[in-house]
Design a binder for this molecule. Structure first.
Ligand SMILES: Nc1nc2c(ncn2[C@@H]2O[C@H](COP(=O)(O)OP(=O)(O)OP(=O)(O)O)[C@@H](O)[C@H]2O)c(=O)[nH]1
Ligand SMILES: [Mg+2]
Length: 223
């Protein structure tokens, strides 16, 4: 509880046994609940989550589906979503929460504004992200600097209004576009993405880049 607001943390996980304990140890005490939505990990991920007192749910579809289930189960007014691979720094919670306190519905971490950065972005992904940012900004008249980044906060009520459908890595793109379409109050805050600490990333640049492009086109042709 902070400033009278209940805060839930939602973390999608898949085979993150080498990272999750390190992530959970760094969570500040004022976070009211930690929700882990696991994609049927084959390692000790779930055991670790339970040991730290997280509420654990399961989802077989993908990261987007896991985040949506986590938010549905969350009881907080404010929600922070973050990855389980040690890429996101909890020191940035302050900015993600203050953005909401200041009246914004969504607060998106951005690696591409002053103060942000990434240790974890190969050139191809950087260019792909830049291209998608450009297209989304042109179509929906926004000024986003980042799009495919999963360190974000939002008010639960605002998230529910978006009625998101993505089951995969296009969840952030859908969130950004629908927030724009519905005229939600959105702000970006600088974020530094560290390299994944251990294990393998699940995102596949071409497969998931294609899914993101399809999502943008879908949003363009539907109202
Ligand atoms: N529940 C669930 N979580 C997933 C799934 N795929 C990925 N995740 C989690 O979503 C978060 C982001 O996935 P990553 O694989 O780190 O994606 P990424 O950061 O784009 O890729 P890297 O830079 O290679 O780490 C991590 O916490 C993953 O464990 C899935 O199918 N189900
Ligand atoms: Mg990662």
């Amino acid at each position: 509880m902070l400033h009278g607001k209940k805060i839930s943390l939602v973390i999608p996980t898949k085979n993150e046994e080498g990272n999750l304990a390190r992530v959970l140890r760094a969570i500040p005490k004022y976070i009211d609940e930690i929700i882990v939505v696991d994609g049927y990990s084959k390692d000790r991920t779930v055991e670790i989550a339970k040991r730290f007192g997280c509420k654990v749910y399961f989802d077989r579809h993908g990261k987007g589906s896991a985040v949506r289930l986590g938010v549905k189960k969350a009881t907080g007014d404010y929600i922070i979503m973050m990855d389980a691979d040690c890429s996101n720094r909890t020191i940035e919670f302050g900015m993600l929460i203050e953005g909401l306190n200041a009246g914004y519905d969504f607060c998106f971490g951005s690696r591409f504004i002053q103060g942000g950065g990434s240790d974890d972005m190969p050139l191809l992904r950087r260019l792909g992200n830049k291209f998608f940012v450009f297209v989304v900004n042109k179509i929906w008249r926004m000024k986003y600097s980042d799009l495919c980044y999963g360190y974000r906060s939002f008010k639960k009520k605002a998230f529910e209004k978006l009625n998101l459908k993505s089951k995969d890595f296009s969840i952030e793109t859908e969130m950004s576009i629908k927030a724009a379409k519905l005229g939600m109050r959105v702000v970006e805050v600088p974020s530094f993405e560290k390299a994944r600490h251990s294990g393998e990333g699940k995102l596949r640049t071409f497969r998931d880049g294609w899914l993101i492009l399809k999502k943008i086109l879908h949003e363009l042709i539907t109202r």
